[in-house]
Design a protein around this ligand. Structure first.
Ligand SMILES: Nc1nc2c(ncn2[C@@H]2O[C@H](COP(=O)(O)OP(=O)(O)OP(=O)(O)O)[C@@H](O)[C@H]2O)c(=O)[nH]1
Length: 303
C-alpha cells in the first residue's frame, strides 16, 4: 500500500513572518504544498477552502489564539480529521495537555530543530494519507469498483442542498440488470459476478468526473448526474442502456448479452423545491425503473 504524499498540503498559521520563512526553509526538501495564514480567521478560511492535510498552528497568536482556533477546527465536520501540530515556545505541561485534549496530534517547540520538524510533519502526513485511503476504500464497492450506496446517499444530500440553495438541478438514474437471477442460475454465481464487474466498468467509463456512479446493491446500480436536468439525464441513460446491451459474454458455447432497465428522475421535475429529499428522488427514479421493467425491460423510463 503506497500513500502518495506528493499532493499533500500543509497550512501554517502563525502571526510571525519569520516563522513562515523558517518552516518554508525547513520543509523545502519535503514534497508538500505550503499554505500560509497570519491569524486565526485567515487560517480558518484557508482551511475551509483548501482542506489541507496538516495544520501547523501557533499556540500564542494575538487575538484568537491557537487553542481557540483548534477548537473551532475540530467543531467542523469537514475539518475535524485534519491533524494539527502546535508550534509553541512554551513547555508548560498544562497547555500541552490542553492542546492534546482539543485534538492536536503533536507539538513542536520553537526554535525548531530541522530534522525533528521534518520527522513530525512526515509522521502526521503519513497517518493522514492512510486515513484518507481507508476513508476512500470504505466508500468503494469491492466487486464493481464503483462508489457504494452510503457514499451515494451522502452525495445526493449535498447535491440537493445545491438545488435548494442555487437551483442547480440534479438527476438520478436507478439501473437494474434484467433477468439477472436467470443469468446466475444458468451460468453460476462467479459468471454473474463477472457481468456485474463489466457493467460497472461501462457505467464508470460513461460517467463524467462530476457524476457519482455507484453499485446500489446486488444487481442494481445508481448514478447521480450533477447540474443535469431530467431530459439531459435521459440522454445519458439511453447511451448507457445501448452500450450495455452491446456487451457480449461467452459462457461455454453460449453468448450471453445482458440488458439493463433504467429509471430516471430529476429535481427539475418537482414543484415543491424546498420539500425534495434524497429519499423522494430515489423513490421517483425507482418507480420509473419499475415501469421500465413492467413495460418490457431493456429500456429507459423517465418519471
Ligand atoms: N452473481 C451475483 N449475483 C447477485 C449478487 N447480488 C445479487 N445477486 C443476485 O441477483 C438476482 C436478482 O434477482 P431478481 O431480484 O429476481 O431480479 P432479476 O432476475 O434480475 O429480474 P428482473 O429485475 O425483474 O429483471 C438474485 O438471484 C441475487 O441472488 C452478486 O453480488 N453477485
Amino acid at each position: 500500500m503506497v500513500v502518495n504524499s506528493e499532493q499533500q498540503s500543509v497550512l501554517v498559521v502563525d502571526d510571525s513572518q519569520d516563522i513562515h520563512a523558517l518552516v518554508g526553509a525547513r520543509l523545502k526538501s519535503e514534497r508538500v504544498n505550503l499554505l500560509h495564514a497570519y491569524d486565526a480567521e485567515e487560517g480558518l478560511n484557508i482551511a475551509r477552502e483548501n482542506l489541507p492535510d496538516l495544520i501547523l498552528l501557533d499556540l500564542d497568536m494575538p487575538g484568537t489564539d491557537g487553542l481557540t482556533l483548534c477548537r473551532l477546527l475540530k467543531n467542523q465536520d469537514e475539518l475535524v480529521h485534519i491533524p494539527v501540530i502546535f508550534l509553541t515556545a512554551t513547555l508548560d505541561v498544562d497547555t500541552k495537555v490542553k492542546a492534546f485534549e482539543l485534538g492536536a496530534v503533536d507539538y513542536v517547540t520553537k526554535p525548531f530543530d530541522a530534522i525533528e520538524l521534518k520527522a513530525r510533519v512526515r509522521a502526521a502526513l503519513k497517518t493522514k494519507g492512510y486515513h484518507d485511503l481507508l476513508t476512500t476504500k470504505a466508500r468503494i464497492d469491492a466487486l464493481s469498483g464503483l462508489w457504494n450506496r452510503g457514499y451515494l446517499s451522502e452525495q445526493l444530500s449535498a447535491e440537493l442542498s445545491l438545488w435548494h440553495r442555487h437551483g442547480q438541478p440534479v438527476s438520478l438514474l436507478m439501473m437494474d440488470i434484467d433477468h439477472f437471477k436467470a443469468i446466475n442460475d444458468t451460468h453460476g454465481h462467479p459468471f454473474g459476478d463477472l457481468v456485474i464487474q463489466r457493467i460497472g466498468r461501462v457505467i464508470n467509463r460513461l460517467s463524467r468526473e462530476s457524476d457519482v456512479a455507484c453499485r446500489y446493491g446486488g444487481e442494481e446500480f445508481a448514478m447521480i448526474l450533477r447540474d443535469t436536468p431530467a431530459p439531459g439525464a435521459t440522454v445519458i441513460a439511453k447511451r448507457l442502456r445501448r452500450e450495455i446491451a452491446a456487451l457480449e459474454f461467452t459462457a461455454g458455447r453460449e453468448t450471453v448479452s445482458p440488458t439493463m432497465s433504467i429509471g430516471v428522475a430529476g429535481s427539475d421535475q418537482f414543484d415543491e423545491v424546498a420539500e425534495l429529499s434524497g429519499q423522494q428522488l430515489v423513490e421517483a427514479a425507482d418507480q420509473a425503473l419499475y415501469r421500465a421493467k413492467d413495460t418490457g425491460r431493456n429500456r429507459v423510463v423517465c418519471r
